[in-house]
Design a protein around this ligand. Structure first.
Ligand code: ADP
Ligand code: MG
Length: 378
């Protein structure tokens, strides 16, 4: 399966258009051709969102890592990808399947992941289908050799030549502006949809890291379970995400029940849709488990750093500079304060946390010489 499925998706209405994140530069014939010929693409293949960065232009695409496909005679063909697939999510007919191919931080379906990457690259290139160009792509620090090979192969199949792999927490730290090349310890906590990556970086390398299978998705699931158990009502993933973003918090409100939200949910007893008012305090309670898991992952890496005598210098610097949070989960209300209380360290949320990994991977691509110790070439 090469570009056929992508063509099929485009024929089905998934036209390649530049995303709103496109920097205000001309996208005319010559501008597009020039960019495509110079090549050079950096990809943040996230469990929830994929961002594509083009050399010299910045982030040009930012879409959900979501695919809808049909399977005929064992052959999977894309119907919609990204934003379009999200609109169809939860209401696909029986012959279609909607999946997030990287949901838990591993590639669940290689063929679909590859097609998704190819589609995003073509869309980012505004439809240009020119030969190989370098692709810099990040890999989660906890990924196995097999998983790294799968990501590399997907990038190769998408026309990448050569391929550069960057450790995801390294990319997050570079994107957050941390001094990763210096002989100082920098600590980054990247909280995505499916995973949380905690890492200590120094002299251009990952000194300690831990990847926990907890993130925004588990928070959404916790909200769904809470509403089912306590209100006997059913809500979907996108409603749960909206509740989390609007009234979710890592710590209880100072007084009363806090903020509130009105939603529509399916009453499991009466069997009809009903209105439900939810408060910050109960949603925060339901988020306790995933929040604790994130705090524990951070504490483990801190302890590891503190107990290694060779890492004393690093630990001292982390105590001074603190922890930087990246990824969408960093935006959960009060999570920075909860981490500060649990560790006693300063905690900072990076500017534009959802774009840090893409910006960092992009910086590696733009300055391959300067970042050569942080990328591996294949
Ligand atoms: P990934 O790198 O795994 O694709 P992202 O860094 O894009 O993940 O983050 C996506 C996650 O961040 C989702 O679970 C989303 O619900 C969550 N998220 C985004 N904005 C917020 C917010 N304001 N508050 C809490 N969670 C958020
Ligand atoms: Mg990410």
């Amino acid at each position: 399966m090469t570009v056929d499925a992508v063509d099929a998706a485009e024929a089905a209405g998934a036209k390649p258009v530049l995303n709103k994140t496109d920097l205000n530069k001309p996208v005319g014939f010559f501008a597009g051709l020039g960019q495509a010929m110079r090549g050079g693409i950096a990809i943040d293949l996230g469990t929830a969102n994929t961002l594509v960065y083009m050399r010299g232009r910045g982030v040009v695409l930012n879409e959900p890592s979501l695919v809808v496909f049909v399977e005929t005679n064992g052959r999977k063909e894309l119907v919609a990808v990204g934003h379009e697939a999200k609109q169809m999510y939860g209401c696909t007919p029986g012959n279609m399947t909607a999946i997030r191919p990287l949901r838990d931080g591993v590639i669940a379906d290689f063929d679909i992941t590859m097609q998704m990457i190819k589609y995003f690259i073509r869309k980012a290139r505004n439809g240009w289908r020119l030969g190989g160009s370098s692709i810099c792509i990040c890999v989660p620090s906890g990924s196995t050799t097999m998983e790294r090979m799968a990501i590399q192969r997907a990038a190769e199949e998408a026309g990448g030549d050569p391929i550069y792999l960057v450790e995801e927490p390294m990319a997050a730290a570079i994107g957050a502006g941390l001094p990763v090349s210096e002989p100082k310890g920098s600590m980054v906590v990247d909280i995505g949809g499916g995973t949380t990556e905690v890492a200590v970086l120094s002299l251009g390398g990952v000194v300690y890291s831990r990847s926990a299978r907890v993130g925004g998705d588990e928070m959404d699931e916790a909200i769904i379970n809470h509403i089912r158990r306590n209100h006997k009502m059913l809500i979907g993933e996108s409603s749960a995400e909206r509740i989390k973003i609007e009234i979710g918090s890592a710590s209880q409100p100072e007084k009363g029940k806090g903020r509130k939200i009105k939603i529509r949910a399916h009453d499991l007893v009466a069997g009809v849709p009903k209105e439900l008012v939810l408060h910050e305090s109960e949603i925060t309670e339901s988020l306790a488990e995933p929040v604790t898991a994130i705090v524990e992952a951070v504490q483990m890496v801190l302890e590891q750093t503190a107990f290694e005598s060779a890492a004393t210098e690093l630990a001292t610097n982390i105590v001074d500079k603190g922890i930087t949070l990246t990824g969408g989960g960093a935006l959960l209300h009060n999570l920075d304060q909860v981490l500060h209380k649990a560790t006693g360290l300063p905690v900072t949320i990076a500017d534009d946390p959802l774009a840090c990994v893409a910006m960092g991977t992009g910086q590696c691509l733009e300055n391959l010489k300067a970042y050569r110790s942080m990328v591996t070439r294949h």
